[in-house]
Design a protein around this ligand. Structure first.
Ligand code: 2HA
Ligand code: ZN
Length: 271
């Protein structure tokens, strides 16, 4: 059996949480990540027949039965993952009943997965239904994106359009746009279901006045989506109270999308 502390998926979780913390997106216990793993790969590091304990998830995730995820812990700080991954992360498998998580490794202080597990697992189900290669769901509180939530209409077309206008790369990176949910109470199945509904259409979902969700086939895709939105939001916040002299026009965004051959939300442009 190989040493779990050297597993590439543990290294990836350490690296990404450290980066996100230093970018200021995950203050205190803010943010959470879930990453679906290949059982065969995990089996090289852990005895998959050894369940440390079981934890109820509080909802049914039938399509995920048998799937294994590495997930950040509830109340845990991204800042601390790098130095103590076994305490701050856990590897869980969805049990045969679809409503129980079997702990295979981690949460070593008796802890459990993020309170946002419903939003994560429901988002995995939604993304997998449209993209069988999706593996990562991440949530964070990126500063400028959050700032923009307070001064910009929280409406999908308008929000996406403004972000697309702020960086030439935006319409190419997230041609599917950004889904937007109003402020909602977090940590429950209701916001999980609402997030998952949006995730059928978007890889990025804003939680109004709270933060952002990103999904992707790997850590780079999910992180790249979030950082591109955050960069655009930063430019918006740096320019929104000054006279706008220049802008990327809708015809130019269309030209970009066509040149790069991406399927974009035509209805989010005003042509
Ligand atoms: O886990 O970010 O949304 C802390 C949060 C809750
Ligand atoms: Zn949050």
């Amino acid at each position: 059996m190989k040493d779990i502390f050297t597993a590439p998926f543990v290294e990836e979780m350490k690296d990404i949480t450290a980066n996100m913390y230093r970018l200021g997106w995950d203050e205190r216990n803010g943010g959470n990540i879930s990453y679906m793993l290949d059982p065969q790969t995990v089996g090289e590091y852990l005895d998959l027949s050894h369940v440390i304990r079981t934890i109820p998830t509080g909802f049914e995730a039938k399509p995920l039965i048998g799937k294994i995820f590495i997930v950040t812990g509830t109340g845990k700080y991204f800042r601390n993952v790098e130095k103590d991954p076994e305490r701050n992360l856990g590897i869980i498998r969805i049990a045969e009943d679809g409503t129980t998580a079997e702990l295979l490794w981690g949460y070593s202080d008796g802890g459990k997965f993020t309170s946002e597990l419903p939003a994560h697992l429901m988002s995995h189900m939604a993304r997998l239904s449209v993209d069988p290669q999706n593996r990562v769901v991440m949530h964070c509180h990126p500063t400028y994106t959050l700032a923009m939530n307070f001064v910009h209409p929280l409406e999908e077309k308008a929000f996406t359009h403004t972000l697309w206008e702020m960086c030439t790369e935006c319409i190419v990176v997230f041609p599917d746009g950004v889904g937007v949910l109003p402020w909602m109470l977090c940590g429950n199945n209701t916001i999980g279901e609402a997030t998952a509904e949006k995730m059928k259409e978007f890889r990025l979902v804003v939680w109004g006045m709270h933060g952002l969700y990103g999904a992707g086939r790997d850590m780079d895709e999910a992180f790249g989506l979030v950082e591109t939105v955050e960069k655009a939001a930063q430019i918006y916040m740096l320019t929104c109270n000054r006279p706008r002299l220049n802008t990327i026009r809708d015809e130019q965004m269309q030209e970009l999308a066509e040149a790069f051959g991406v399927q974009y939300r035509k209805d989010f442009l005003n042509l």
